[in-house]
Design a protein around this ligand. Sequence first.
Ligand code: GDP
Ligand code: GDP
Length: 439
Amino acid sequence: MKPVIALVGRPNVGKSTLFNRLTKSRDAIVADFAGLTRDRHYGNGRQGRHEYIVVDTGGFEPDASAGIYREMAKQTQQAVAEADVVFFVVDARAGVSAQDHDIAKYLRRLSKPCILIANKAEGMVEGVQLAEFYELGLGAVVPVSAAHGQGIRGLVDAAFGLLEIPEPDEEDGAQESPDVIKLAVAGRPNVGKSTLINTWLGEERLVAFDMPGTTRDAISVPFERNGQKFELIDTAGLRRKGRVFEAIEKFSVVKTLQAIESSDVVLLLLDATQGVTDQDAHIAGYVLESGRAVVIAVNKWDAVDDYQRQLLERSIESRLSFLKFASLHFISAKKRQGLGPLWASIVQAYKAANCKMPTPVLTRLLLEAVQFQSPQRAGMFRPKLRYAHQGGMNPPVIVIHGNSLEHVTAAYKRFLEGRFRKEFDLVGTPLRIEMKTSH
Ligand code: GDP
Ligand code: GDP
């Protein structure tokens, strides 16, 4: 599971600026997708080998007359509770405020790794101005400048130092059987996640098996179906009760993100009776951002009439247009309808995500595509696409080399993507196309 960093602090200290810094690397990847709902409060970040999830808890907005516990929004408390490490951000220029003291008091009582960060510290002489922050009782203060990108690297290193995450070693790698597809069922509360999972687990064709490293109480169920092994990984918002799962009331975005991130394939569940809600679109956005393979299933299909079905199909088309590479199923978990074909799509999406694309085939496809329709000239420049190779898997990345490639339009990229997808049967996985211009 990726560790979670929660950003806490009063308004205006620079949390969202820091958030953007910490999640910057991933933003570029999803910038291309139209219609993607972005939730600025949760994001993925990476520094070297270290990958993490960042949560911006927003402002504390304390009301002077009330205690900090009441003032903290429930969301903030939940985010802090779920975090592995807390970044408490203060303003190096403004100095210590009463609100900072309140927040510090709250954080000191939680025994959770916490890093005190003095932001806006660009050009300040360390030690002189920052000494006063020691009175917050949270130890050394780390000066950074979120706006100028100073001190961020050290911050992430410090966080991972506190977490004591074991170095991945070969033994761990060996335990992970590539034959097991890790599946996460994601969706907002009440879409029918637990009903679906219980229906699955009650099926005779589904055989539970023992797998090393899976504990009984964690929601992680290995099972086999038609000779294919799956592991249902810690699915957000569910709790195991004996042999069945039940939904827990509190929906957790962090748990959803972690489940998505640890999976190979995400089954995104929607509720036919509710249409595509903002929360669905947010979750779908996380799935896209994660780069995971995805299958969409609209549940409760039994409970809607033809007119509602039409509306729903249209709203999926418009609101989830960025997931149109995913196959779409209409099911009823309760009535056990449409469940069989889901498995085929899940396996298909997994295979697509791990597809191997040989350089000669990619290059041939590229040149054929160019012959069929060459990229538009942009002023003096005509992009020249020369060859392509695979730059990564899961999700697959195709790197195209040539000249003046910065002038290749988004529409042309989509045209190429379509040709590649068709050739390799890439249903259910995102596909990234990168352009490498040589001058
Ligand atoms: P938040 O309310 O805590 O999320 O704070 P914001 O990220 O919105 O930042 C508040 C203000 O501080 C904005 O005007 C930022 O441009 C500014 N700011 C953020 N980081 C820095 C920094 O490192 N140095 C300086 N000088 N200003 C910063
Ligand atoms: P979760 O919060 O996503 O785990 O949702 P639940 O599995 O607890 O289901 C929420 C509600 O939707 C329950 O009342 C279920 O009985 C109902 N439900 C689940 N699947 C279906 C279905 O396929 N059709 C209908 N009509 N109701 C369903």
